[in-house]
Design a protein. Structure first.
Length: 202
């Protein structure tokens, strides 16, 4: 019995179809790989920004803390808002100074290690303790910080019933915007609101 194989035309058609299938598969793989790579870059940037935001937020929540057990009653009051370098109500700042009782010595014995500052400088967020030198919290070689703001959203003063003094709990929003140095199109903004419950306004 005589066997019949594929003709030249059939082989060419099959080859063309196969090439289209392979091209579609490669395109799908390339798109998926590119999307995953983009997601990875965004995740890295977001994690770096969140780490810095968490540190600043933690320090701000401690603002005004005072160890009453080691401080005489007459002077055992929290550090007032006036002793912090923070924006006034409705204002925004890109450099702040915070004070709280870090070593438990009490407010009257506050040491230089109880003063913390943050600022935006040369595409990086920098920090310092006391009056020491500034140190970068972020590496401009990896991420560039394009904006760092602390905004005061404090509500109106509250006058509690049967009280001779008024109370205001300051509320601040910290916002940080950054981008990857090697791909500046990858940009993220993180923010968080902080209530300062240890300070007083008097």
């Amino acid at each position: 019995m005589k066997q019949k194989g594929f003709s030249l035309v059939e082989m060419m058609v099959a080859t063309v179809i196969g090439m289209f299938v392979i091209a579609a598969a490669l395109n799908l793989y390339s798109s998926t790989f590119g999307a995953n790579a983009d997601q990875m870059r965004y995740s890295v940037l977001n994690n770096d920004l969140r780490t810095v935001l968490t540190k600043i937020t933690r320090d701000m929540r401690r603002v005004g803390h005072c160890n009453y057990l080691s401080t005489p009653a007459a002077t055992g009051t929290p550090y007032p808002v006036a002793q912090q370098t923070l924006p006034a109500a409705g204002a925004t700042a890109s450099e702040i100074t915070l004070r709280y009782d870090l070593d438990g010595a009490g407010c009257t014995a506050m040491s230089a290690t109880a003063v913390f500052s943050y600022r935006l400088h040369n595409l990086a967020i920098e920090t310092r303790t006391g009056t020491g030198g500034w140190s970068p919290l972020t590496d401009p070689g990896v991420i560039q910080i394009t904006a760092f703001t602390v905004t005061n959203h404090s509500p109106p003063t509250i006058d509690p019933p049967n009280s001779a003094s008024s109370v205001t709990i300051p509320v601040y929003t910290i916002e940080i915007t950054g981008r990857l140095t090697r791909d500046t199109a990858v940009q993220r903004t993180v923010r968080e609101a902080v209530r300062l419950r240890n300070v007083f306004t008097g």
